[in-house]
Design a protein around this ligand. Structure first.
Ligand code: C2G
Length: 145
């Protein structure tokens, strides 16, 4: 649709929580169409040396089901970010501020916006960690969402 503003964001969105809702909602508020790149299991392993708790097809399905998400795709390589932004004709790239400054090189092709992370979502220091352990998840060391 001409004149509509397209926003893109990327993430793993593992064990989906309200911090993820907040960033996606804020990202959508910047435009008309929200496109989300979901990191594949393999990409996650290469950047974090562990696999996500939820499989990529489940993380994909969860994010795709949100009313403010319009399109979802698999992000297979961090190096392809520029290609993804161009392919999806994004006007804006939105990310949480744990990535502050990291994507400023794309300001030549789109606007780059960082939103504050939602604080205090952590498995390390609260009961959530125990709950996950009881569910049978092996939670590696400090695992903060
Ligand atoms: N986020 C947030 N508040 C949290 C946790 C996450 O705002 N408490 C945001 C992050 O800043 C990010 C998005 O939610 O913008 C997804 O977070 P992750 O799933 O942790 O994504 P990550 O593994 O950092 O992948 O190429 C970029 C990567 O794909 C981002």
């Amino acid at each position: 649709m001409s004149g509509s503003r397209r926003v893109i964001t990327f993430g793993t969105f593992d064990v989906f929580h309200v911090g993820h809702v907040n960033i996606l909602e804020r990202a959508k508020s910047l435009g008309d169409t929200l496109i989300v790149g979901i990191s594949t299991d393999e990409l996650n392993f290469s950047k974090k040396q562990r696999f996500p708790l939820y499989a990529e097809q489940d993380r994909y399905k969860i994010v795709q089901s949100l009313s403010f998400v319009d399109e979802v795709f698999y992000e297979r390589s961090l190096e392809k970010k520029r290609e993804y932004i161009e392919y999806y004709k994004a006007d804006v790239l939105a990310m949480g501020d744990d990535w502050q400054g990291k994507f400023d090189m794309f300001t030549d092709i789109c606007e780059v916006v960082y939103f504050p992370r939602t604080p205090s979502i952590s498995l390390q220091n609260n009961r959530n960690r125990e709950v996950y352990l009881k569910m049978g998840y092996f939670v590696f060391g400090p695992h903060c969402f």
